[in-house]
Write a protein that binds this ligand. Structure first.
Ligand SMILES: [Zn+2]
Ligand SMILES: [Zn+2]
Ligand SMILES: [Zn+2]
Length: 195
């Protein structure tokens, strides 16, 4: 009897499996398709919002230029656009090359002057540790914009610190100076690279 039982049991097992397998494959296919569609939607949204982000960044920067009495010239617009689009720091030569690839030409000296102006307005910053220019990520946030750089992956974080400014003012005063602006950068390992 036990033999029959096991035979029935083993006889049933393959049947149950063959019944389950197509359903299982179907579910896998459905999951793969759903994943594909979700990825495509996410990619589209990311691109869409990245574009909106770039457009709003340029728009905000142009408003700052106008409000401070500077004309919105074509080279200024072009450099701002490159800074808004690129990830990471760029040199004036990098900016020139990026523009050239788009069929736009701005000479190197003009790019450098535009960058100087943008830095003076806190729209861009020169980060010495990475040897390049970056767009400001703090917007209209007052105070001195400072940087911390990951020495593994080059990730940049911009921040302000009122207390640090006050302490540095006190140091300047002790040295007989009146501080006007503070710059600081320090390197470390970012949270992703610590893992
Ligand atoms: Zn900034
Ligand atoms: Zn890192
Ligand atoms: Zn300061």
């Amino acid at each position: 009897m036990t033999g029959e039982n096991t035979e029935i049991a083993t006889g049933l097992a393959p049947l149950a499996m063959t019944e389950k397998r197509p359903r299982f494959t179907c579910r896998l296919m459905f999951l793969a398709m759903a994943k594909c569609i979700t990825n495509a939607i996410l990619l589209h949204l990311r691109y869409k919002y990245l574009r909106i982000d770039v457009v709003s960044q340029i728009h905000g920067a142009l408003q700052v230029l106008r409000s401070r009495g500077y004309r919105v010239t074509e080279p200024r617009k072009r450099v701002l656009k490159v800074l808004a689009e690129v990830q990471g720091p760029v040199s004036p030569y990098d900016i020139q090359e990026i523009l050239q690839r788009k069929g736009e030409y701005v000479n190197h000296v003009t790019i450098y002057r535009v960058l100087e102006l943008l830095c003076s307005l806190n729209l861009a910053h020169k980060v010495l540790l990475v040897g390049g220019f970056v767009r400001c990520t703090l917007g209209e946030v007052g105070g001195c914009h400072r940087f911390v750089v990951c020495r593994e992956c080059g990730a940049l974080r911009e921040y302000t610190d009122k207390v640090l400014c006050e302490e540095e003012n006190a140091v300047a005063q002790e040295l007989g100076f009146r501080a006007e602006q503070h710059f600081s950068e320090f390197s470390g390992i970012c949270s992703k690279c610590q893992m």
